[in-house]
Design a protein around this ligand. Structure first.
Ligand code: NAD
Length: 489
């Protein structure tokens, strides 16, 4: 088998990448990078902290003037070269991602890596077609409105889609003329380091992209507080998102773009045309990536009249998501990211029982690879809207089912959350689809589908799901600042 064979010869890049070079951490420290697949050590990774962030920001600042002055066409060329080189390493990167996160290799190869490449190409191709503006002022003056780079952008990313989310940040930032310091999650630093290495191999100038692996409390906080960082683009949990707002307030009022968690509802009405398609989407919405997806459909709201039948359908689709070795191409559900997270998800399951929700499905616990962090999907019915299961982002394969009687109650339940990342509505009524998608508080609403996604469409949340938008041309707006120039002779 291809990937098992590749594993034998695998070597892991494990250094900081600053100014186009691999380096040790200033402190000389390293941390263990384990594979969730079997809990074994993959490699020890250089542990960056405040000193290393300082060096990386200096490198990014030094590179920023000349990178910003490159013509958009030139930046386009570099980013396309980077996309090409990633494409030529896609099997290696898919394997790295699967080993480092425990996700099925099939998904890493089909989704994470191609979507990363596509993202780089999209921003490369967009940037030399993006015009600035001239304002309609009086004729004795010319007022131009130009997008200028922000300068140095700090990108802080989570562990669930490490390379893809890094590319969502890095690609628009670089295209818009910024340089970047990327801080990957300590649980999954390997593809970020490789991204920077490949960028240098693709010819990107030194210092344009720098990567500092390390812990959030040290390296992440130092990036957030650094006075010479112009913006932070963050994806991760709400509590850490809040910290970045305070780091900015304490330091230089840098712009902070947050993409945080969710508790997204799938609302299924009794007039939905294709209940089986909906049930399949509900199963996928909670099982894909082991439920570790910000937009996971972690709440099922189903109309009373069809609830029993619909839940049976969901259970039969969930059966197809059995646990397996992430490196087996047939596997659809791999391992959770780390033992601490597995314990956290298990605690939520215990709380669900204690609070009186009805446990209706709990897959057989087993470990397809000894020592790994595996948890089958778990489904609770009769979850009340104020229960922990309905309110907290569990970030694992745990589905909370709540039944509703009519549209008004469905909408009330859907909006009874501090999050607002995504939602889905399953109905054959066009007017109901319009009403719900207008009234629901979420950055993305899917009607009769779940998880539709394309690089051309913005992704981000309302409320405590964040304030930024990744993907699409709108991401270029946040990576630039507007300058108005009044010209009169
Ligand atoms: P996390 O918030 O724990 O960590 C995210 C990043 O922040 C990591 O790089 C981490 O090292 C860093 N960090 C942690 N503590 C820090 C601190 N005190 N100071 C500075 N940096 C710190 O999140 P996670 O567990 O890696 O990822 C899961 C979360 O990410 C979930 O809440 C999920 O919903 C969210 N997420 C959101 C999106 C989106 O687009 N909205 C996408 C993917 C994941």
């Amino acid at each position: 088998m291809g990937f098992y064979n590749m594993l034998k010869d695998m070597c892991f890049s494990s250094h900081l990448w600053i100014s186009g070079r691999a380096c040790e951490a200033v402190s000389g420290k390293q941390f263990d990078c384990l594979s969730p697949r079997d809990g074994k050590l993959l490699v020890r990774v250089a542990e960056g902290d405040e000193d290393d962030i300082g060096v990386a920001v200096k490198a990014a600042r030094a590179a920023s003037g000349s990178w910003a002055r490159q013509s958009p066409k030139q930046r386009r060329r570099y980013l396309l070269q980077l996309a090409d080189i990633i494409e030529s390493h896609q099997d290696e990167l898919a394997l790295l991602e699967s080993l480092d996160t425990g996700k099925p290799i099939t998904h890493a190869k089909r989704d994470d890596i191609p979507l990363s490449i596509n993202c780089l190409r999209f921003y490369a191709e967009a940037i030399d077609k993006h015009y600035d503006e001239i304002a309609p002022t009086a004729s004795d003056v010319l007022a131009t409105i130009r997008r200028e780079p922000l300068g140095v952008v700090g990108a802080v990313v989570p562990w669930n889609f490490p390379l893809m989310i890094a590319c969502w940040k890095v690609a628009p930032a670089l295209a818009a003329g910024n340089t970047v310091v990327l801080k990957p999650a300590e649980q999954s630093p390997l593809t970020a380091i490789r991204l920077a290495e490949l960028a240098t191999a693709a010819g990107l100038p030194d210092g344009v992209i720098n990567v500092v692996p390390g812990y959030g409390e040290t390296a992440g906080a130092a990036l957030g507080r650094h006075p010479d960082v112009d913006a932070i683009s963050f994806t991760g949990s709400g509590p850490v998102g809040r910290l970045f707002l305070s780091y900015a307030a304490e330091s230089n009022m840098k712009a902070v773009f947050l993409e945080c968690g969710g508790k997204s509802p799938q609302i299924v009405f009794d007039d939905a045309d294709d209940l089986d398609k909906a049930a399949q989407a509900v199963a996928q919405g909670i099982c894909y990536n082991q439920g570790q997806v910000c937009s996971a459909g972690s709440r099922l709201l189903v109309q009373h009249s069809i609830a029993d039948e619909f839940i049976d359908r969901v259970l039969s689709h969930v059966d197809a998501w059995s646990l397996g070795d992430p490196l087996d191409p047939a596997t659809r559900m791999g391992a959770l990211i780390e033992s601490k997270h597995l314990e956290r998800v298990q605690r939520f399951i215990d709380i669900g029982r204690e609070e009186g929700a009805t446990l209706i499905s709990e897959g057989k616990r087993h470990s397809p690879c000894e020592g790994g962090f595996y948890l089958p999907s778990t489904i609770f019915d009769h979850v009340q809207k104020d229960m922990t299961l309905a309110q907290e982002e569990i970030f694992g394969p745990v589905l909370a089912v709540t039944r509703f009687k009519d549209e008004a109650e469905a909408l009330e339940l859907a909006n009874a959350t501090r999050f607002g990342l995504a939602a889905a509505v399953w109905t054959s009524s066009l007017s109901r689809a319009h009403r719900i998608s207008r009234d629901i508080k979420a950055g993305t609403v899917w009607v009769n589908n779940y998880d539709g996604s394309d690089i051309t469409v913005p992704f981000g949340g309302f409320g405590e799901s964040g304030n930024g938008r990744d993907k699409s041309l709108h991401a270029l707006d946040k990576m630039s600042q507007l300058k108005s120039t009044w010209i009169q002779f």
